[in-house]
Ligand binder design. Structure first.
Ligand SMILES: Cc1cc2nc3c(=O)[nH]c(=O)nc-3n(C[C@H](O)[C@H](O)[C@H](O)COP(=O)(O)OP(=O)(O)OC[C@H]3O[C@@H](n4cnc5c(N)ncnc54)[C@H](O)[C@@H]3O)c2cc1C
Length: 446
């Protein structure tokens, strides 16, 4: 029988176990779920040894790369929790425009390192997420309307399967496993120890606009936003963000901000692509009106992270929709009226569904994405804020095409996240590679 790495294995009840368990979860809410053992793998050999150990003992396995799953989907009762965050290698091949990266590589570090070399990858919008979970679930990153969800740039993967075998999968080898890895997220049934990624040239210009509106004109802003969302240049990410002011930033009222990234060849080009965002019929009510501002990736990350401070308790939910403004507005009004304090927020984003993503299991997608992100500090407020995101999305679910696995809350609300034929095929591939169900799957589907 294969032994576990003694220094980095924490059995339940032993010294270090609780710190290791807490350390796997980014969310301030730490679910009361307790694996029998937590193994911190240092390399791919540790992964193989852990899977063989789990098989020999009949354990189920949860996998953690960056622990940024909002609901800590990696943390389950019993069995083994395999933490692969230390597998964070990163080898960039500039000539081939590819990179070989570990699942533990922090996505924002990867983006910043590429940026310094004039290269680009559609990494997520926030710091701290690691590539393992991010790429498996799809990955909505910078310039993703042009480049596709990040999993579309996955060229191949190294996977340790349920029987402890290491396979390389790509369109030619184990193509079914490759198909399944691109979009199944927490439903994937193997341990990814390395990704091969396609890199892109960094667009010469990164920019943004910034408009701010009082919520008194929410109907006009969202009605207009919905009407132009399909016309916006692919290089512009439509982001309408509503949140209450931070205590130091003014009275405790909600404000609507439109800060939309643009990726272009020249400043002129960027300003032109953004110009449609100045066409709001209530532009005269804007309290901030900046049609174009050059920016950097580092500035973007800093701005976004003001909405996701560490140490907070988070609860999120989401939906994709193609509903009209008239259909969406009643739900949007309720969201705004009940918006919890800063830094909780509501994102209304434009997306570009593709007619052909048949070479991957990903996903369910539509023209508009609504994301609700609740954040609070005091556990005594759990009952007050914990259900805000779920209940508002549940109330609008008749307008939803489905949900994204990025902000899934499947433990509390079921949702459609993979098209039905793909889901059926995925279960067949799972049965072939993990017939005994060693790997945990999506929480509500266990
Ligand atoms: C503050 C914040 C901001 C975010 N912003 C974005 C964003 O801009 N765009 C976006 O798309 N998403 C975003 N997300 C969602 C995030 O990308 C997903 O939750 C993603 O799964 C996190 O990856 P992780 O490795 O950090 O998480 P983990 O919790 O470690 O992993 C999530 C799940 O993925 C599976 N998994 C992870 N690693 C492996 C592996 N090596 N092999 C097999 N299975 C594995 C496991 O089933 C695990 O339960 C954000 C999340 C947070 C908390």
């Amino acid at each position: 029988m294969t032994a576990l790495c003694a220094q980095r294995t924490f059995f339940r009840g032993a010294d270090g176990y609780e710190a290791a368990r807490r350390g796997t979860v980014w969310n301030g809410i730490l679910p009361q779920r307790f694996p029998d053992a937590i193994v911190q793998a240092c390399d791919a050999d540790d992964v193989v040894a852990t899977i063989r150990y789990a098989r020999a003992h009949g354990h189920r396995v949860g996998i953690r790369s960056g622990g940024h799953s909002w609901t800590a989907s990696h943390l389950r009762d019993g069995g083994v929790l395999l933490d692969v965050s230390r597998l964070d290698h990163c080898d960039v091949d500039v000539d081939r425009m590819t990179a070989r990266v570990g699942p533990g590589k922090v996505a924002s570090d990867f983006a910043n390192e590429l940026d310094a070399q004039g290269l680009f990858f559609p990494s997520g919008h926030c710091e701290g997420i690691r590539l393992g979970g991010y790429l498996l679930q799809g990955g909505y990153g910078w310039n993703s309307k042009v480049l596709g969800p990040a999993c579309e740039s996955v060229l191949g993967l190294e996977v340790v399967t349920a029987d402890g075998e290491t396979l390389y999968c790509d369109p030619q080898q184990h193509a079914d496993l490759y198909w399944a890895a691109r979009g199944s997220g927490p439903g994937f049934f193997g341990v990814v120890t390395s990704f091969t990624l396609r890199l892109h040239r960094r667009p010469p210009v990164l920019g943004t606009c910034l408009y701010m509106y009082p919520v008194e004109v929410a109907d006009e802003v969202f009605g207009w936003g919905r009407s132009i969302s399909g016309e916006i240049d692919d290089r512009v990410e439509l982001q309408i963000l509503t949140s209450r002011n931070a205590p130091e930033a003014g009275p405790d009222v909600p404000t609507i901000a439109i800060a939309s990234p643009v990726f272009a060849d020249s400043e002129e080009d960027a300003a032109k692509a953004l110009s449609i965002l100045g066409s709001c019929p209530v532009i005269d009510r804007a309290t901030v009106n900046v049609p174009y501002l050059p920016t950097t990736l580092a500035n973007w990350y800093a701005a976004v992270m003001m909405k996701y401070p560490a140490g907070h308790r988070y609860s999120v939910d989401n939906m994709f929709t193609s509903a009209s403004a008239d259909e969406l507005l009643p739900g949007i009004r309720t969201i705004i009226e009940t918006l919890p304090p800063h830094p909780s927020h509501f994102v209304f984003a434009g997306w570009k569904p593709s007619a052909d993503r048949s070479d991957m299991v990903y996903g369910v997608e539509d023209d508009v994405y609504l994301g609700l992100y609740t954040a609070w500090l005091d556990p005594a407020d759990d009952a007050r804020y914990g259900d805000w995101a779920r209940s508002n999305m549940a109330a609008m679910s008749h307008l939803a095409t489905g949900i994204s696995l990025a902000d899934e809350n499947l433990a509390h609300r079921a949702g459609r996240f993979i098209a039905e034929p793909n889901l059926a095929r995925l279960q067949q591939v799972r049965a072939a590679y993990d017939p005994d169900g060693m790997f945990h799957s999506w929480q509500a589907h266990d």
